[in-house]
Design a protein around this ligand. Structure first.
Ligand SMILES: Nc1ncnc2c1ncn2[C@@H]1O[C@H](COP(=O)(O)OP(=O)(O)OP(=O)(O)O)[C@@H](O)[C@H]1O
Ligand SMILES: [Mg+2]
Length: 284
């Protein structure tokens, strides 16, 4: 047993997480970042999407990830959801082997298990998270089946309960999400993402592209789900308003690096880094 894992109370511990696209050389990381004001290595052209990302997430906590377009926010959650392999780094999750196993060393089979049973993801683009050739109910059923549910009647009942919980009209359960509004598609994605009762949920720009009134409803619903189920969440957004409403603690990313982190309220009241000051002033 790893004492560190058991004693310090974290749910997810990420260390040195790095993703580089292209062909870097040994200095590509040093040539990029907030100091250099770019994530593109000027010598090799490699893109350092994120580098040296360290953070801990605690049970029931909602962690925000904010930063300008291209700062590496989506890459960060996609690495943790196994959408793509990292270039370097490790991640430990107490829901798996008491936090003693690096997620990035898992076999494909165990990785599938973690994804199906322990994680949920809501993508910015509903087409990445939903199969538009299936019905809304079918999308949720797919997740339930992958998480081990077998009984058709119970799957159908659970799917309709999830849709009810996320305020999708149950009468539309047998229609494809293609015919749904953007807000409804996001709510189906949220139903699907929480279907397997994951202890950890990733939400990537969940409300961008929705109009303001729908945005407020979806944010309210996420808060409600969080307080009812106590799920830990990583909420990615370029919108500090969303971060303020949903998160306890925040990481500010710029050019693939964390430039500031702390309690969300403190960051909003008294941003330390010039880049965060700029973000906060743009909110006023
Ligand atoms: N498949 C890929 N191949 C090459 N570069 C990529 C790939 N995916 C992402 N990138 C680059 O990695 C960097 C980080 O991208 P990422 O999508 O994580 O940013 P983001 O912070 O989510 O931006 P946005 O707010 O626009 O969604 C960007 O420079 C992007 O161009
Ligand atoms: Mg993104």
């Amino acid at each position: 047993m790893n004492d560190m894992a058991l004693n310090s109370g974290w749910l997810l511990r990420v260390r040195g997480l790095t993703k580089i696209y292209g062909q870097p050389d040994g200095d590509s990381i040093a040539r990029t970042g907030p100091q250099a004001s770019t994530n593109i290595c000027p010598v090799t052209g490699a893109i350092v999407a994120c580098a040296g990302i360290d953070f801990d997430l605690y049970p029931g906590e909602v962690l925000g990830v904010v930063g300008e377009s291209g700062s590496g926010k989506s890459t960060l959650v996609q690495l943790l959801y196994f959408d793509q392999p990292p270039t370097a780094g490790s991640a430990f999750f107490t829901a798996l082997d008491n936090g003693t196993t690096d997620l990035f060393t898992l076999s494909n089979q165990r990785r599938r298990h973690v994804r199906n049973h322990l994680l949920g993801m809501v993508y910015q683009n509903p087409r990445d998270g939903l199969n538009f050739n299936f019905t809304a109910g079918g999308n949720i059923a797919e997740k339930l089946i992958m998480a081990g549910s077998m009984n058709v009647a119970s799957i159908r009942e659970r799917s309709s309960n999830l849709l009810r919980q996320t305020e999708v009209p149950v009468a539309r359960m047998d229609q494809t999400p293609r015919t749904f509004s953007g807000g409804m598609q996001q709510r189906v994605q949220i139903s699907k993402a929480i279907a397997n009762h994951p202890p950890l949920l990733f939400l990537d720009e969940v409300t961008s592209g929705l109009d303001v009134s729908v945005q407020a409803k979806v944010l309210d619903m996420i808060r409600q789900i969080q307080s009812e189920l106590g799920i830990s969440m990583i909420v990615v957004s370029h919108d500090l308003g969303v971060i303020r409403m949903l998160t306890d603690r925040t990481l500010v990313l710029k050019n693939g690096r964390i430039v500031e982190s702390g309690l969300t309220d403190q960051i909003l009241q008294d941003p330390q880094h010039a880049y965060t000051q700029l973000l906060v002033s743009s909110l006023l």
